[in-house]
Design a protein around this ligand. Sequence first.
Ligand SMILES: Cc1cc2nc3c(=O)[nH]c(=O)nc-3n(C[C@H](O)[C@H](O)[C@H](O)COP(=O)(O)OP(=O)(O)OC[C@H]3O[C@@H](n4cnc5c(N)ncnc54)[C@H](O)[C@@H]3O)c2cc1C
Length: 459
Amino acid sequence: MSYRSISYWFDSLDSEPVPRAPLPGDLEVDVAIVGGGFTGVWTAYYLKRADPDCRVALLEADTLGFGASGRSGGWCWASVAGLSHHFERDPEKGAALRQAIATTIDEVGAVCAAEGIEADYCKGGGLTFTSNPAQAERVRANVDAHRKLGWSEEDVHWLEPAEVREHIRVASCHGGMFAAQAARVHPAKLARGVGAAAEKRGAQIYERTRVARVEPGRVHTANGVVRAHRIVLGLAGYLSQLPSHERDAIPAYNHMIATEPLSCETWERIGLARGEGFGDASRFIIYAQRTADDRIAIGGRGLRYFYGSAIDPRFERNPGTDRLLQKALREAIPELGEVAITHRWGGAFGISRDMIASVNLDPATGIASAGGYVGDGVAASNLAARTLSDLLLDRKSALVELPWVGHQSPRWEPEPLRWLGVRMGTAINASADTIENRTGRRARLHERALRLLGAHLEY
Ligand SMILES: Cc1cc2nc3c(=O)[nH]c(=O)nc-3n(C[C@H](O)[C@H](O)[C@H](O)COP(=O)(O)OP(=O)(O)OC[C@H]3O[C@@H](n4cnc5c(N)ncnc54)[C@H](O)[C@@H]3O)c2cc1C
């Protein structure tokens, strides 16, 4: 298999990705990191930057960025799954987390600039448009909720329909929301570039090295055992495949497509001149970006979960969702006309049972983890990694006081309840979208049902 087929992002890397050598045998380090996605590579990078003497090894089953990170929409935006939960419990701590994620967008840009990582970083903000009155009502409520969480008017504000069209000429629009703290990135270049920067600082990276089992002080692979005082699990949805972590997170599939490059004239008609990310306010949202080579990469419109938390390359293609994404694009931007779709792909992100992201280090076992970002992991993984670095190096920083540190999500239900619950959640969301599109009124009964189920499975 060519790595280029993983996603548009892998296909547009400057050269064919060649994985590094696997772990050659037993090894002893200070910190062993399992997983070479954003969580893993950023953690390796910040550890080596903070303490060049710290011996760090990263073990990746395939190649850096192979998981959700190299398949994502590349929206790096200031959002953390569970932020409102922390605000409700402790407004001061919630505000600290909001501030920390807000500054993360510039942090990602600053590291790219400092390390020469060419990841097409462009801080153009993010735009959510609405296409019926029910969506508009929900987005207005969302803007108010942001204000209550302390976001300034400059950070997040409501846009009247004409203001939305100043950003993007969408067909039918009932207003929208603009979030200034958002950048678009080329996610595969970012993941692989940060990994290379960590390696330059002395981190050892082993690819094609699948971890079979983790126990305190030891990481077991087919090639050897890595002994480490501290172990980091950066596995997102793949965590469910590791023995004794089967119910810690579920892998939920999302799909994307990319168009051919659009002409300058087309872009003049569409907008997005500042490189804004954009999405809609459906429950099964779409999220999209104008890529550096002038395509539209768009994803969403439904989340798929497979019985028993199965992960399989066959799940990465989904013609049904591809068609929905094409339809969404055509309806939102009729100006596009018949545009060729050149890439189709999918990947799984990790969802914790309460949909709250967390960062943890168990001092008794020395095992740390970060994840549960749902669809907000591009920025959140950077903040998580800086936090992990301080925790692992025992540094008393403001980051280790953030309220997502130490948060314990409940475990998912055993099967078949897990599968049934997710199926019900996604079915209710799909039906709510249909009703809101048809009537223009909010599907409040569905909202109540989702709350009862404890699931807001959007995307
Ligand atoms: C289609 C899609 C679109 C998305 N769009 C966005 C977006 O626009 N913005 C946003 O913020 N978030 C988005 N996300 C979510 C985001 O991509 C993730 O939250 C984030 O990338 C998670 O990073 P991670 O490093 O924790 O996990 P991953 O990137 O999944 O990395 C885990 C790594 O572990 C490796 N691995 C698995 N098992 C083992 C093992 N046993 N041993 C060793 N290594 C192993 C995998 O190969 C993988 O490379 C999207 C996700 C998907 C799937």
